[in-house]
Design a protein around this ligand. Sequence first.
Ligand SMILES: Cc1cc2nc3c(=O)[nH]c(=O)nc-3n(C[C@H](O)[C@H](O)[C@H](O)COP(=O)(O)OP(=O)(O)OC[C@H]3O[C@@H](n4cnc5c(N)ncnc54)[C@H](O)[C@@H]3O)c2cc1C
Length: 251
Amino acid sequence: MTSHFHRPATLDGAVRLLQERAPSLAIAGGQSVLPDLHRTGPAATHLIAIDQIGALHGIEADDTHLHLGGAETHHLIGHSDLVRATLPALAELALMIGDPQIRHRGTIAGALVAKPQDTDYVAALLALDGHIRTTRRSLNIADLTNVPAKACLLPDELIISISVRRPEAALYQKHAHPAAGYAALGLFCARSPDQTHCLALIAQGRSPCRVDLPAGQPLAEAGPDLVTHAGLTPFEAALLAHFIGHADTAL
Ligand SMILES: Cc1cc2nc3c(=O)[nH]c(=O)nc-3n(C[C@H](O)[C@H](O)[C@H](O)COP(=O)(O)OP(=O)(O)OC[C@H]3O[C@@H](n4cnc5c(N)ncnc54)[C@H](O)[C@@H]3O)c2cc1C
């Protein structure tokens, strides 16, 4: 199948192309789409490049939330002064993703669509009540992780931005798979201004889960629930206990 490449200048132009040219597929950094193309051949005749559309870029913060354009790369998120000032744990998370090529080309929206259960961002979005604004609606992170994201989004639907609550303090810890770099286990801990804590866990092949703790309760008390929800092995449970112990000291 021959592929045609389009580079629309606007969001409306991209949506129109996705509607009118079938079969079509949006491509941002190409870090998931291109390996798929090599492995299984083109899934679409028309590739619609969206990485240079201004409406999909930008990083902003208000008093309560941080907002990230869907086409922002992991590298830019990791090195953004604003992210580092308002939510440094998210900047650190972005810089733990993959390798330099993945970080320079791969985007946050692409990561959420390609592997919503496995991307490190899902731990942050789950802990920080993340919202995803698309060209059609507003989604919770659970909308993406409960079904494959490609099934959740309509064929012409694009993620415009991702918003997360700003915690008082947060920490992300990850045990990376030695080959791929994805999180074998990842724990995002956040403390809110009212001193409650929220712990969100991702474990490869399992559904992400979150436990909330009232103010004053030791973080270790979230451990058993997280182990049960995620169905962790004894090794993973020991690693989780180590992560929680470190978070308890750091937060
Ligand atoms: C070797 C390797 C290691 C990796 N390690 C990690 C890791 O440690 N942690 C981690 O979290 N991820 C990891 N990843 C995944 C990586 O983060 C994603 O491949 C990348 O972010 C995808 O973004 P992209 O812009 O390249 O998406 P693309 O490949 O361009 O697109 C991927 C999918 O998303 C869709 N899409 C893209 N942008 C939008 C949008 N705005 N709206 C709607 N749909 C959209 C596309 O249509 C396509 O279906 C790894 C990937 C590889 C190949």
